[in-house]
Design a protein around this ligand. Structure first.
Ligand code: BES
Ligand code: ZN
Length: 456
């Protein structure tokens, strides 16, 4: 065993303790009450980067949450990698569904449970652990490294673009490295070359000026909750296709080669659906589950509220109803072009007797990179070394808003190597990260830096 691998094996406990510390900070970027926690988390990660030996560690304020920057440029003549990750997390609610509290990391059955364990603190700390190992074993990194870790990914990365544009030259590199995606199975590493984009909206329906007795007024005015149901029901047809006019105009069709490639992947569809707990798979007619998730758009209600939802009954016509509706987008859809069409369509669907407002909460473009780029071969070698089998080449259905921005600002090859598993419960109660992923991922990225240093 080489010295690097030996160090990684010998320090697993320490790496895990370091991860637990950052998981205890509730850095929920979308909830204003956690603003100070988010800032504290940024400082904590910055201190860890400093302790590893990274130089020029900065906590950079933005109009929202701070961005972290760090670098180590002590390998002249070697390539430069730009590592991106996020230290913010999704809200932990509903709290009562967690077996152990979201911000008290707990180990059970070889898995670490906490909000952010997988998405993305666990994956960021794989990199920090790997960098620490390189520094301890060799006193240096095998290549030059710039690190950007942001605190607004889960809120749409609103203020990161400005940072990237302002520092465009300083952030120049040869390759971008991101660990915020998944494996295909616990023993099957994956390299991701595509992500979906998103358009996130809120539909607000107002009827009467205040709630009304449903006997005294029921039948006399339009109920906004009923009106919202009419709108939502019409957003998709019976075949699972989105009915928004123009929705599919720019959707790039899957090539026969892509479809064949996806069919050949070691993906257990039945197990995947079983994991969700849903009785059967459902999605757009004519496509497989992987095709639906990776390469087809969706329209989904994320939440809706109206009227009385407490215990027992209350006979009332609500004056207001609302829903959060998001659309996952695929190449070459454009969320800025889509929003006005969605807004007009929703208003047209609304029955008379209500006022409808459609808000654009945030959007991110889809992302597709060149899977055959020579830089990606370094990742293929690193993953094969670490897992004794070559990675599967995959796309994923989630979004990482900054990837499209990087394309515009830096246009570099992107290596997305992530270690999440299908049952990690990201964004849900009982989020976890398997120790096999955490330690295997740490080993993989430690090797990745070595392989990248060899050049494309
Ligand atoms: N790590 C995810 C992105 C992801 C999820 C990639 C699943 C691959 C598979 C990331 O942190 C995330 O959740 N992003 C948000 C972005 C949104 C708020 C703009 C998402 O996809 O919902
Ligand atoms: Zn996430």
């Amino acid at each position: 065993m080489d010295a690097l691998t030996q160090y990684l094996e010998g320090n697993r406990e320490q790496f895990l303790e370091d991860l637990k510390k950052v998981l205890r900070i509730p850095s929920v970027s979308t909830q204003p009450a956690h603003r100070e926690d988010v800032r504290r988390c940024a400082q904590h990660v910055a201190d860890d980067l400093k302790a590893i030996g990274m130089t020029r560690v900065e906590v950079v304020p933005t109009a929202g949450h701070p961005v972290l920057y760090a670098e180590w440029l002590g390998a002249p003549g070697k390539p430069t990698a730009l590592l991106y990750g996020h230290y913010d997390v999704q809200p932990p609610e509903p709290l009562e569904l967690w077996t152990t509290p979201p911000f008290e990391p707990t180990l059970r059955d070889g898995k670490l449970y906490a909000r952010g364990a997988c998405d993305d603190k666990g994956q960021v700390y794989m990199h920090l652990s790997a960098l620490k190992a390189h520094m301890k074993v060799n006193g240096r990194l095998p290549l030059n490294l710039k690190v950007v870790i942001e605190g607004e990914e889960e809120a749409g990365s609103d203020n990161l673009e400005k940072f990237l544009r302002e520092r465009r030259r300083e952030l120049d590199a040869d390759v971008i490295v991101v660990s915020d995606t998944s494996m295909l199975a616990a023993d099957q590493p994956a390299l991701c070359y595509g992500l979906r984009g998103i358009l996130y909206t809120q539909i607000e329906v107002t009827g009467p000026a205040h709630d009304l007795h449903s006997g005294e007024f029921g039948g006399a005015v339009m109920n906004p909750a009923n009106a919202l149901a009419v709108i939502i029901a019409a957003l998709r047809d019976g075949d699972g296709r989105v009915t928004v006019p123009g929705m599919y105009d720019r959707v790039r069709a899957l090539t026969p080669k892509e479809r064949e490639g996806y069919r050949g992947l070691p993906f257990d569809e039945a197990a995947f659906i079983r994991e969700t707990g849903a009785p059967v798979a459902f999605g757009e007619k004519g496509y497989t589950t992987l095709e639906r998730i990776w390469a087809r758009p969706t329209c989904d209600v994320n939440g809706m509220w109206s009227g009385y939802i407490g215990e027992g009954s209350k006979t009332v016509l609500p004056s207001f109803a609302a829903a959060k509706v998001s659309m996952r987008l695929v190449p070459d859809q454009d969320f800025t072009e889509l929003f006005p069409r969605f807004e007009a369509y929703v208003k047209k669907l609304a029955p008379p007797g209500v006022t409808v407002v459609v808000k654009n909460l945030h959007g991110a473009p889809p992302f597709l990179t060149e899977p055959d780029h020579p830089m990606l071969q370094a990742a293929v070698r690193a993953l094969a070394r670490s897992w004794q089998k070559p990675p599967a080449l995959i796309r994923e259905g989630g979004s990482i808003p900054v990837m499209a921005t990087f394309k515009e600002t830096h246009n570099l090859p992107c290596i997305l190597l992530g270690f999440g598993l299908v049952d990690d419960n990201v964004h849900a109660p009982n989020e976890k990260f398997s120790l096999t992923s955490f330690h295997g991922g740490t080993r993989s990225v430690a090797y990745l830096y070595e392989e990248l240093a060899k050049g494309a």
